[in-house]
Ligand binder design. Structure first.
Ligand SMILES: Cc1ncc(COP(=O)(O)O)c(C=O)c1O
Length: 377
């Protein structure tokens, strides 16, 4: 038995759209991508949506729009210290420098009270991540952004369908990004999306994702530096099934999350679990937990869960100080105590729609078995 982090089942709707690819002999960006964009926009109420080849590319294209708003190469984008690496990599890939800020233990999101101190003359944007589907404190973030004339990019790659104070995540700031990798709530295999209600940003993203051409032109008219970040029709075929089944899958995942939180309530002395405030709807990306004391030994718990067939991942860690990739930026261990603590003491596992009630009881029993060792001394 193995409970995987994510599962892909390709059903009849996807097969119908895959057949369209076969019938048309057209597998790059085409009708499926267009229909996927239209359905995604209509479902969530976004004005503009632009499909990309991955969430990483959605992030890179979003950052690259800043050049059309006065940014220069080497300017800075503020970002939480803890996230999947693609967030910070995208900032660098677009030609900017990530300026890291510590996170909050309770939400795993950027700590809004620490943003202002990180702003310099070179800061052009704040890129927030709704980690594990938990919305960031957008009111406070938007207030800081407005005061310093900064754009806000929401990395919502883990937060499909989340809302904050009645507004859907992704367009509370200037633009938002989504991922459709297998672990996520709509799956294309690989794929991403940029969403925005701003006409100019949408035009620039459409250009940047296609080599910097103006959106309505083809071939060799390069207006700005761009990339090949287009989604293809094979990927969109899977996404079209995902969008049609979104509510059903979201509710199943959310019920799974609530059930497991209930089943593991007695472990609240050992772990911090995710919480939902009454002004938000969190998105059930996965099940994160952070140990309340290092003595509970995250690595041992991780190996224990894996040995019982429950696929685990750590909680990323502090990108600037717990990963070699960002050493060249010169941050020192200890600068991001919360992200570093979560990096050492956090893990997460899947909460997808194919996990059933027996699986949830099994996961909860396995966790309880593990912590029993500590209660028995
Ligand atoms: C927060 C975050 N940002 C960006 C990405 C990158 O998405 P992709 O894997 O589609 O490139 C991910 C992927 O898991 C993510 O979790």
């Amino acid at each position: 038995m193995r409970i995987n982090f994510g599962e892909l089942v390709i059903g009849d709707i996807a097969k119908k759209y895959l057949q369209r690819v076969l019938d048309k002999n057209w597998a790059s960006e085409g009708d499926n991508v267009k229909e996927f964009e239209e359905k995604f926009a209509a479902h969530f109420g976004y004005k503009h949506v632009i499909a990309t080849s991955s969430g990483t590319d959605a992030n890179i294209c979003s950052c690259a729009t800043l050049y059309d708003f006065g940014a220069k190469r080497g300017d800075e984008i503020i970002v939480g210290a803890l996230s999947f690496v693609a967030t910070a990599n995208s900032i660098l890939a677009a030609g900017f420098i990530p300026k890291f800020v510590d996170i909050e233990l309770e939400t795993l999101n950027i700590d809004p009270s620490k943003i202002e101190a990180a702003i310099t003359d070179k800061t052009k944007a704040i890129m927030v991540v709704h980690t594990m589907g938990k919305p960031c404190e957008m009111d406070s973030i938007l207030e800081t952004a407005k005061k310093h004339d900064l754009k806000v990019i929401e990395d919502a790659c883990e937060a499909h369908g989340a809302t904050y104070k009645g507004k859907v995540i992704g367009t509370i700031g200037d633009m938002g990004t989504f991922s459709f990798y297998v672990a996520h709530q709509i799956i294309c295999g690989e794929g991403g999306m940029v969403v925005t209600n701003n006409d100019k940003i949408a035009d620039v993203v459409r250009s940047v994702k296609s080599h910097g051409r103006p959106p309505d032109s083809i071939y060799f008219n390069f207006q700005r530096v761009g990339f090949n970040s287009k989604m293809n029709d094979l990927e969109a075929a899977l996404g079209l099934e995902g969008i049609e089944q979104f509510e059903k899958n979201f509710n199943k995942r959310k019920n799974n999350l609530y059930k497991l939180l209930k089943l593991t309530k007695e472990l609240s002395g050992y772990c911090y679990f995710t919480k939902e405030e009454n002004y938000e709807k969190t998105s059930p990306h996965a099940f994160p937990l952070v140990l309340k004391d290092e003595k509970y030994d995250r690595d041992r718990l991780y190996n224990y869960l894996e040995s019982k067939g429950i696929q685990c991942k750590t909680l990323f860690g502090s990108l600037p100080t717990q990963h070699n990739a960002f050493k060249f930026l010169g941050y020192k261990y200890g600068q991001f105590p919360v992200a570093e603590y979560v990096g050492k003491n956090g893990l997460h596992f899947g909460m997808h729609q194919y996990i059933n009630n027996d699986d949830l009881v099994y996961i909860s029993d396995t966790l309880k078995e593990y912590f029993k060792w500590f209660s028995n001394g």
